[in-house]
Design a protein around this ligand. Sequence first.
Ligand SMILES: NC(=O)c1ccc[n+]([C@@H]2O[C@H](COP(=O)([O-])OP(=O)(O)OC[C@H]3O[C@@H](n4cnc5c(N)ncnc54)[C@H](OP(=O)(O)O)[C@@H]3O)[C@@H](O)[C@H]2O)c1
Length: 332
Amino acid sequence: MSTHTRQIHLVSRPDGLPSDNDFRTVDVELPDPGPGEILVRNTVLSVDPYMRGRMNDVRSYVPPFALDAPLEGGAVGVVVASGDPSVSAGDAVLHMAGWREHAVLPARAARKVDVELAPDSAYLGVLGMPGVTAYVGLTLIAGVKEGDTVFVSGAAGAVGSIAGQLARKLGATKVIGSAGSPEKVAWLTEELGYDAAFDYHDGPPAKLLRPHGPIDAYFDNVGGDHLEAAIFHMADFGRIAACGAIADYNATAPVPGPRNLAMVVSKRLSLRGFIVSDHPGAAADYLRVAGPWVASGEIRYRETVVDGLDRTVEAFRSLFSGDNIGKMLVRL
Ligand SMILES: NC(=O)c1ccc[n+]([C@@H]2O[C@H](COP(=O)([O-])OP(=O)(O)OC[C@H]3O[C@@H](n4cnc5c(N)ncnc54)[C@H](OP(=O)(O)O)[C@@H]3O)[C@@H](O)[C@H]2O)c1
């Protein structure tokens, strides 16, 4: 007996900000799971900025999304039928067959999650890839240590909101954030324990950051003017973890690099990019270290949730207008 479901396909490569016409919702009949496979009904989908890069036909650390095929992305769902002894109907699983209501996938491509311990959505945010990214960037890349002043851009997003709080736990004495609205700035300073934060719409980031430097470690989610601002205000021997450059993701022409790159030399800075999936062991370390803080509420998190597969494209696009506070998710 097949399963009728809907999935979102990429039908054209976006030019700049993706438009509705770049996507199509397609009705399909899924076969029953074969040996070693599971049928999952997704309950929550992740939309992430990195997906924008996969919509381009360029060589990168992950292959581009295929056209006229379902998009992929993190999702949590409930197993409806299983052809594999390691997974049972009713189990909750984390997997990459997102952007669709149901999926048939190999059982080995899914990981069981405990939804008694934490809600399904947490495995896509604070306890999932974004949380691990914050941990890897701060510990393995920027080497945040006792006494540091740490600057986080995109500070009210999924990764940034965890990064600022974790930086404090790792011993930072001063944590500064930038974000795109007064509401986000208030959340950072009043609830997440940031010492200071600014709305980058209030002026050039280099000017807004000036009162808070020198910066020992910068966690860069934004790139562009924020990276340039950080370089201006880094302390000698400062460390930059280049996590993302969302300001550039919809650019239609190559964007100029920071105009002050020569300061990397004069200040003896280190600037290192990273991809969280290159650090497969980090997730267990992160959960061991940060799991108890999340459970106790010492590390807080928020989610912005929209309802229904039909709003997935809108949710994805809203990452670029900053409509989300914390992790952006689609509830099915
Ligand atoms: N290296 C890795 O392995 C890895 C893994 C995960 C994520 N990342 C990167 O980490 C960054 C954050 O990802 P996330 O999942 O946590 O997303 P997110 O921060 O929850 O959402 C994106 C945020 O970016 C901000 N933004 C959008 N356009 C901007 C612009 N032009 N200038 C400044 N801010 C802008 C928006 O907030 P505002 O209201 O503040 O503008 C928006 O809420 C992204 O760059 C992503 O690609 C990297």
